[in-house]
Design a protein around this ligand. Structure first.
Ligand SMILES: [Zn+2]
Length: 481
């Protein structure tokens, strides 16, 4: 295959310069120094804030001084992943790129196009005096990948523009206009374990092999939540035979849809067969309900050795009712775009020590108000059940502004250039724009970028022709805003 031409050459030159500078998340010192030198060497006002974010101001092209100030923003850090057989030091070595057909890749490491290609576009604009634009602020944020700490630490007033274009999206032709904020709600049940009933028959129940996924981005994909499946059986068993929990270890990471859940329960000996039948009924029902999304789901029921203790009857009942009652999954869809607006995920239920059961859940929404409402919905169920409940502080979301002038221009210029409509969408997960929307209320924002695949892995690759498309789109917006 013929080598794809690297266009615009200027952007790819800047990307090559960036890739010579080590910039792992939380260790961006060299990149901050590089950007500071870069801005100062151009004679431009260059600021570094206490969080390590860099801002370079470029005055308007002659005659365009009255245009609104545009902020162009990318994150300076990169995810550092390499193949096991590659000898590479992310704190010292330059990323080695190569061309593979229409794609740019790196030799055995992440490419750093997330978000180095966004930074490269900003640098190309800063050095090119033939581009027409109003006043510009080029912002390079620190540590997006491991906690959004640069955007979080940025103080109000550091940026002064009225509109912000974030260059950290991964699909050319898509314009992002919204993201979700999130928080965690936890519930703790404390009790003194009781001696197991005399005629008890113990069972170990396990649901496993589920698809799982991201608790925000995948919450609308009809994937089963292992904890909620188990809760269905616990509820049935409680009602039918006075089932008692002895132990529960269900779910895992707070930001993942749980793939596996297991518990040890007991029932009166005489209901042994009924318990088995009920389990098989649940398995059959779930396999039908999730026949497309959960092809490898497994339901295991094993007889187990008797445990010495179980939950007290009252706590047992309150916990099981709460697990059945708590809302889970999509709560509301956006009124403006096909996107989840508000959701909750029951992430884990674990007996962390005898007498302590800890339940962890997360809520997301593009509206702070509805995220709180969702968290309260979850909290209220556990409060009714007598648990100690805590709602974490969380991070803010970014709700779509249907009247956005920047979106209108971005759309119009895209259609003019490419004779097709861009896809306007949001993401049900956190972005830096969410943090900006909290500190800069009224800031008009969009997010787009060239096509990337395999991000955060050594398979990361950049679709070269989309860089030129995004570049032309960006310049058209700057000229016409
Ligand atoms: Zn990124």
């Amino acid at each position: 295959m013929e080598k794809t031409e690297l266009r615009p050459a200027h952007v790819f030159e800047m990307f090559a310069r960036i890739n010579a500078v080590p910039r792992p998340s939380k260790r961006e010192e060299k990149m901050i120094a590089f950007l500071k030198d870069f801005g100062e060497s151009l004679g431009l006002e260059t600021l570094v804030d206490a969080a390590g974010n860099v801002l370079i101001r470029k005055p308007a092209t002659l005659g365009m001084e009255n245009r609104p100030t545009i902020i162009l923003q990318s994150h300076m850090d990169m995810v550092c992943e390499k193949n096991a057989d590659v000898d590479f030091d992310f704190d010292k070595d330059a990323i080695q790129t190569y061309i593979d057909g229409e794609w740019m890749r790196a030799k055995g490491t992440t490419l750093g196009a997330d978000d180095g290609i966004g930074c490269a576009m900003e640098m190309a604009i800063l050095t090119d005096d033939t581009i027409k634009h109003g006043p510009l602020e080029c912002v390079f944020t620190r540590d997006e990948e491991t906690g959004l700490t640069g955007a979080e630490g940025m103080q109000p007033g550091f940026m002064t523009g009225q509109m912000l274009i974030n260059l950290d999206s991964e699909d050319e032709g898509e314009i992002f206009v919204s993201c979700a904020g999130g928080c965690r709600t936890t519930a703790t049940f404390r009790f003194t374990p009781e001696a197991a009933p005399a005629d008890a028959f113990f069972l170990r129940l396990t649901v496993k092999g589920l698809t799982g996924g991201h608790s925000g981005d995948d919450i609308d994909k009809k994937r089963a939540n292992a904890n909620k499946l188990l809760a269905r059986y616990l509820y049935d068993g409680l009602k039918a035979w006075g089932l008692r929990l002895s132990d529960i270890q269900a779910g895992g990471l707070h930001n993942a849809i749980p793939r596996e859940a297991s518990c040890l329960v007991c029932i009166p000996f005489k209901y042994k067969e009924q318990a088995r039948v009920q389990w098989n009924l649940l398995a059959a029902a779930a396999q039908e309900e999730f026949s497309t999304t959960e092809p490898t789901m497994e339901f295991l029921l094993e007889s187990a050795d008797a445990a010495a203790t179980v939950l007290p009857e009252d706590v047992n009942r309150r916990l099981i009712l709460a697990l059945q009652g708590v809302d889970n999954g999509v709560y509301a869809m956006s009124q403006d775009i096909p996107l989840v607006e508000t959701s909750s995920n029951l992430a884990s239920i674990r007996q962390t020590e005898p007498g302590v059961i800890f339940v962890n859940s997360s809520q997301r929404s593009s509206f702070l108000s509805n995220r709180l409402n969702m968290a309260h919905t979850v909290a209220a169920v556990f409060e009714l059940a007598g648990a100690e409940v805590e709602i974490g502080e969380g991070y803010p979301g970014w709700a779509m502004n249907p009247k956005s002038e920047l979106l209108r221009i971005s759309r119009e210029q895209y259609v003019r250039l490419f004779h097709k409509e861009p896809v306007v969408r949001g993401i049900h997960a956190g972005l830096e724009c969410g943090l900006f929307s909290e500190k800069y209320p009224g800031l008009d924002m969009v997010s787009f970028g060239p096509t990337l695949r395999g991000v955060h892995s050594p398979d990361e690759r950049l679709l070269i022709p989309t860089v030129d498309m995004v570049w032309r789109h960006l310049l058209a917006i700057l000229e016409n805003v």
